[in-house]
Design a protein around this ligand. Structure first.
Ligand code: HEM
Length: 279
């Protein structure tokens, strides 16, 4: 990653030779550039602050989402077999070439990934701060603390908001009466009109949120999930080793599966994993 780059304890770059193209190296390179204006450069402490973001945003979210996908499929053997059949038909040879285009051409894989990211949003809520006074119009009236009905919310600059992304992904007003069911087929038929109003950056879901600070890694995350599911579902059958009711969702920045009577063991998802029978 870094070649002969040497950063002292107080963050000063002592040696300035960075060659690779990974994200961290590119950021260090740009901070040392002599052509980038100073006000557009990140300081070394700012760069170091990005590292937890890469780890949490980029890794834990995708691996946890994939685990929840396996949790959903392990409880629904018919869906798991249907996905396996699609994967085996498209990629019968374990050593055969897999391209982004060929993975993206599989409708049921796409539907399973979308439904996993809708039903089990790894990030359950997001915080935002109002940059200016505003009035937010609402679809539904609510009764204020003063007993009056209102169809808007007044906000002041500096007010904090919680955007309940997980709840929005399962709202019956948006997704219809079966919003609380795991059903990949919903993505293969016409969606309720309300779905198109959700301003998510991907698939009208709030999972990666929307707007200027939405997730920059969503395409990578979706592709990574597809590759993981291809390798896992093509080769193994997954069955839950515990009662699904004993798996609970514990929010530690990312919503993770825990066994409710073994919380001290940390996040886990016990499975019986069998090699797929060759016919
Ligand atoms: C299923 C996987 C993922 C989910 C659900 C997810 C979700 C999110 C969400 C909700 C945010 C907004 C956070 C906030 O503003 O408080 C975010 C931001 C971010 N994500 Fe992801 N993410 C995923 C995968 C990835 C991957 C794979 C990468 C990198 C390759 C990544 C990089 C980032 C970065 C750098 C930000 C900060 C963007 C900014 O503040 O401008 N994420 N992600």
């Amino acid at each position: 990653m870094l070649e002969e780059a040497n950063v002292s304890g107080d963050g000063t770059v002592l040696e300035k030779k960075v060659q690779e193209r990974d994200l961290l190296s590119l950021m260090i390179k740009s901070s040392m550039s002599t052509t980038t204006p100073d006000d557009q450069k990140m300081s070394v402490p700012q760069i170091l602050d990005q590292i937890p973001t890469f780890l949490i945003a980029g890794h834990e979210t995708t691996s946890t989402a994939t685990a929840w996908g396996l949790f959903a499929l392990a409880q629904r053997p018919a869906m798991q077999s249907r996905l396996r059949q699609e994967l085996l038909e498209a990629f019968p040879d374990e050593d055969g070439e897999v391209t982004i285009e060929s993975l993206n051409a599989l409708p049921y894989l796409e539907a399973v990934v979308r439904e996993t990211l809708r039903y089990h949003s790894p990030v359950g809520w997001i915080e935002r701060e109002a940059e200016e006074d505003d009035v937010i119009p609402l679809d539904h009236e609510f009764i204020g603390r003063d007993g009056k009905a209102r169809k808007h919310i007044r906000v002041k600059k500096g007010d904090n908001f919680i955007i309940p992304t997980g709840i929005m992904n399962r709202s019956q007003d948006v997704w219809g009466p079966d919003a609380d069911e795991f059903n990949p087929d919903r993505w293969l038929v016409e969606m309720p009109a309300a779905v198109s109003k959700i301003p998510g950056v991907w698939a009208n879901l709030m999972t990666f949120i929307g707007g200027q600070r939405s997730c920059i890694g969503f395409k990578f995350a979706v592709l990574e999930m597809k590759v993981l599911l291809l390798q896992l579902i093509r080769s193994f059958e997954f069955e839950l080793a515990v009662d699904p009711a004993d798996i609970i969702d514990v929010e530690l920045i990312v919503s993770r599966p825990f066994v409710k009577y073994e919380l001290e063991k940390g996040s886990q998802l016990p499975m019986i994993v069998r090699p797929v029978r060759q016919t």
